[in-house]
Design a binder for this molecule. Structure first.
Ligand SMILES: Cc1cc2nc3c(=O)[nH]c(=O)nc-3n(C[C@H](O)[C@H](O)[C@H](O)COP(=O)(O)OP(=O)(O)OC[C@H]3O[C@@H](n4cnc5c(N)ncnc54)[C@H](O)[C@@H]3O)c2cc1C
Length: 555
């Protein structure tokens, strides 16, 4: 006797997409969440998805299947199979259209948001592949509206990500009246918009999440999935279904698993605390093959007072890309293009000093001057008084003094800044090519974008100088059970484990080590949730051939 056709574990983008797809195609869906609140890391996020050839991509951008595949191949360093890359490029647009035609899960293109490595073959320097979600009025969620958690990283959430102009406060066109209207209407943007829309799509199909249910074990019968054991506040509970989707996020909050698998230090993460690798352990216990275990969606991070950000940490996405700031390592030397995309920093953080046997670029610091601070403030356009508050940041009237304060050679720091300044005044960086890429220019000072490196390069010349430690972190890990192109989990011999599926950061990422552009994590999470939902509906015979055909013809 089964309780459902499918049990979906986790209420992030991957789980919610799997749930809505399976339900729309006629399956009986049980949706379970470990936390007391809904939405996972997804609702903490910007809510963007990176899907080449999506229906919103302007035709004049000239994207093509060949270009998108060429780009993924160029970035993958052989960590993606051709069939996974082809599935991503071929099925991603189908998923966007399918949701668009049937649910409130809508997107539009951020037309000029460049790919993260736009100069690679097949890269898009003027955007088109990154989509974002319109604001969503939370009143539509009824009693569920207060059960989705708010992002500590985007406290001003009545904005779309495109309206959080990087490096600036609220754009001028967003008048106080418009902001008030949004607040009164409780229209939420970014990850909250995406999570809210996905949840609404589930609720519309009678699928209500069951929070405070921590999945701990798969129930197997004759080698096939038969259900899940949960820990709940009321005790252990068995729920039966012939299909289970593991969408439990990564193992970023499990130090033992991180030590076992990740290729280098990952001391900080902004994912929800409940992502402790439960799904990975469940899959390992039933013999799943693992893949991509070394990788994460890397992110440089800083620590800051909890009265500024309650979690005491923040992503370091664009402060380092603005003119007047550099990053230096333990030798007080620059070590990478500070304006590179955040994921690329993982490579810099994990570089070894082969003589000393230590990580060459950890610890490291963001260094900036007073002009930078006056112009940009700190920590994500938080504005107000925090903008000028510096009591938590090491500072000195001289670079030598600053070096001494943080324990790096002050004379080298002086030389580093002198060299950087001389080149920055000429708008070039012969050492690390900073400001050369379209992505560097886009993430720099928006008021200085002129097609040159000006938006990112500028000297540090006004005392006092400041230095802030930067840590090697991640949005989440991206290794887990290996799957086929239908999200079905494979065992160590490459055979399907009947009834077991994985999606999102819980799975072996179909994109290997790549991070194609903004939305590069939620894009695959939603796609493999969608593919799982479709396969399950077929497997349980819930979906009529007509419904499935309808899904195809919508693509
Ligand atoms: C500030 C910020 C901005 C970001 N911006 C973007 C962006 O714009 N675009 C993008 O692509 N990515 C972005 N990311 C990354 C992105 O949010 C995550 O990679 C993505 O949301 C992961 O989705 P998921 O569904 O795999 O996992 P999650 O959204 O983390 O969901 C996993 C869920 O599973 C639950 N769970 C865990 N264990 C169990 C269990 N045993 N039983 C039941 N449930 C369980 C968790 O509680 C959680 O709710 C951002 C992240 C942050 C923090």
């Amino acid at each position: 006797m089964t309780d459902y056709d499918v049990i979906v574990l986790g209420t992030g983008a991957a789980g919610l997409t799997a749930a809505v797809t399976a339900a729309e195609l006629g399956a009986r869906v049980g949706l379970f969440e470990k936390g007391a609140m809904i939405g996972g890391t997804t609702v903490y996020s910007g809510g963007m998805i990176w899907i080449p050839l999506n229906q919103h991509e302007p035709a004049e951008k000239g994207d093509s299947r060949e270009k998108a595949l060429e780009y993924l191949k160029a970035l993958s360093n052989d960590t993606i199979s051709d069939e996974m890359a082809e599935t991503y490029i071929d099925k991603g647009p189908e998923m966007v259209r399918w949701l668009h035609d049937r649910t409130p899960v809508q997107f539009y293109a951020l037309p000029d948001f460049p790919d993260y490595h736009p100069e690679q073959p097949g890269g898009m320097p003027h955007g088109g592949r990154s989509l974002e979600t319109p604001l969503f009025p939370y009143g539509e969620l009824g009693e569920w509206k207060d059960r989705i958690h708010i992002s500590p990283y985007y406290p001003t959430y009545h904005l779309t990500i495109g309206q959080t102009t990087l490096g600036q406060a609220v754009p001028e066109e967003l008048t106080p009246e418009e902001m008030q209207r949004r607040a009164e209407n409780d229209e939420r943007g970014m990850g909250l918009a995406l999570g809210g829309r996905l949840l609404k799509a589930c609720l519309d199909r009678g699928v209500e999440p069951q929070p405070s249910h921590r999945a701990v074990e798969l129930i197997m019968e004759d080698g096939e999935v038969a259900g899940v054991v949960f820990e709940t506040p009321e005790g252990r509970k068995e729920v039966h279904a012939p299909n289970v989707v593991i969408a439990t996020g990564g193992f970023e909050h499990n130090s033992e698993l991180k030590r076992a698998f990740l290729r280098g230090p990952c001391t900080h993460t902004v994912a929800v605390d409940t992502n402790t690798g439960d799904g990975l352990k469940m899959a390992m216990r039933v013999g799943a093959m693992l893949g991509n275990m070394r990788e994460a969606w890397w992110m440089p991070m800083i620590e800051l007072p909890t009265d500024i950000v309650p979690t005491g940490k923040q992503l370091l996405t664009y402060e380092r890309t603005l003119p007047g700031a550099i990053m230096v390592n333990r030798e007080a030397k620059r070590f990478t293009n500070e304006a590179a995309n955040y994921n690329a920093f993982g490579a810099a953080f994990h570089e070894m000093d082969t003589t000393m046997g230590v990580y060459r670029n950890l610890p490291c610091w963001l260094v900036f001057d007073q002009t930078w601070l006056d112009k940009y403030g700190f920590a994500g356009g938080l504005g107000g008084e925090e903008k000028a508050r510096t009591d938590w940041i090491a500072s000195s009237d001289t670079l030598a003094g600053l070096g001494e304060k943080v324990g790096i050679p002050g004379d080298v720091l002086e030389q580093t800044v002198e060299r950087f300044n001389a080149n920055a005044r000429d708008l070039h960086d012969p050492d690390f090519k900073r400001g050369w890429s379209a992505q560097d220019q886009w993430w720099g000072d928006p008021t200085l974008r002129d097609g040159t490196a000006r938006a990112s390069l500028g000297p540090l010349e006004t005392a006092p100088y400041y230095a802030l430690p930067v840590f090697s972190g991640a949005l989440g890990t991206k290794g887990g059970p290996a799957t086929d192109t239908s999200a079905r989990v494979l065992d160590v011999d490459g055979d399907v484990i009947p009834g077991l599926y994985a999606a999102g950061n819980a799975m072996s990422s179909p994109l290997g080590m790549t991070y194609g552009g903004a939305g590069g994590t939620i894009g695959p999470a939603m796609l493999f949730g969608y593919l799982a939902g479709r396969d399950i509906a077929t497997r349980v015979g819930a979906s009529t051939p007509a419904a499935l055909a309808g899904a195809h013809s919508a693509a």
